[in-house]
Ligand binder design. Structure first.
Ligand code: SF4
Length: 327
């Protein structure tokens, strides 16, 4: 009987090799990749296409956000709750394994490759807390780990599994050569929660809001973020790409302003601003426009095309001294 395995698949080299190892044993492999505002499945989809294997793409935004606000095992060096994140992914994959009748789950994890999240204890914790401990195989490091149920029940031959460990990629590169994998994907990265700049903005957002929305998080991806006070910040586009992102990101709390008659950034300012704070915000936005010192800069509301114009004089000295996070 053909065995079917479901693999957590980032699209990076390790996950590709895990697929190849199981395919060598005649196991039919399906990949699963996850989507949240912090990472996408694009790379996984491209690698699955290259390997000609089916892929399930699962949006776990809601559960991931809930976990992110209070991760049982805390964060890594930035806002990355890797142990809880892996646990969640394995839990979701385990549910799909049961629903769709896969024989087991596998991952491309390598013992010791990431000291915090791929040491023996961490691998054990995520497997146990996912609820599917007995069904999780790590083909690349299996011989260094306790025998799993798929091995005990001969669904997989332990002799065909590997004992790779550590951060050196020598063994993986040799295997890539042997399997004829020419376009070796760059090591998985791409998770915004490991980006210090993004993490700084996220931390700041969490100080302001206990439960941020997906829209709040989307806004963290573009622009210079400048805090005006405890409850208010503005976002100033840094370039055309930022302007486009800001223009596309609807947000009930913010007005999107664009300079009128001069070149300059799009800005998002809280709708509730008035008085001195509004004046300060507009001055900051204007300070990035292409105007002569002292010349009037005007902004219009891009959403409603309303009559109201926001005017101030251009001065570079109004540029904010400090941004939220690293920009
Ligand atoms: S790097 Fe990001 S996607 Fe990967 S486990 Fe950590 S939090 Fe999750």
């Amino acid at each position: 009987m053909v065995r079917r395995a479901l693999g957590l698949f980032s699209g990076g080299l390790d996950s590709i090799l895990a697929v190849k190892i199981l395919q060598e044993q005649g196991i039919k492999v399906t990949a699963i990749s996850f989507v949240t505002p912090f990472f996408s499945s694009k790379k996984a989809e491209a690698s699955a296409e290259m390997l000609e294997i089916p892929i399930i793409v699962k949006d776990i935004t809601e559960k991931h956000l809930e976990m992110l606000l209070n991760p049982k095992h805390g964060y890594g060096s930035t806002m990355n709750p890797c142990i809880d994140c892996h646990t969640l992914m394995l839990k979701v994959a385990g549910g799909i394994m049961e629903e769709r009748g896969f024989d087991f789950i596998f991952t491309g994890e390598v013992l010791g490759e990431r000291p915090m999240s791929q040491n023996k204890t961490a691998l054990h914790i995520v497997a146990k807390e996912s609820g599917y401990k007995d069904s999780i195989l790590r083909p690349l490091s299996a011989k260094l780990l306790p025998e799993t149920e798929p091995e005990k029940t001969k669904k997989v031959k332990r002799s065909g599994l590997l004992e790779v460990s550590g951060r050196q990629r020598k063994k993986q590169l040799e295997m890539a050569e042997r399997y004829g994998i020419r376009d070796i994907p760059t090591p998985a990265g791409g998770c915004l929660l490991t980006d210090p700049g993004f993490s700084g903005r996220l931390k700041d957002l969490l100080r302001e809001k206990e439960k941020p929305s997906v829209r709040d998080i989307e806004l963290l991806k573009a622009g210079r973020h400048v805090r005006l006070d405890k409850n208010n910040k503005i976002i100033i586009g840094r370039n055309e790409t930022d302007n486009k992102i800001l223009a596309k990101t609807e947000n009930r709390e913010y007005l999107l302003l664009a300079p009128h008659g001069v070149k300059g950034p799009y800005c998002m300012i809280p709708r509730r601003l008035d008085g001195e704070l509004l004046d300060k915000a507009i001055k900051m936005c204007a300070s990035y426009c292409d105007a002569l010192e002292g010349k009037e800069v005007m902004f219009r509301n891009m959403e409603k095309q309303e009559k109201r114009r926001y005017k101030t004089a251009f001065s570079k000295s109004n540029r904010p001294k400090k941004f939220i996070g690293v920009v």
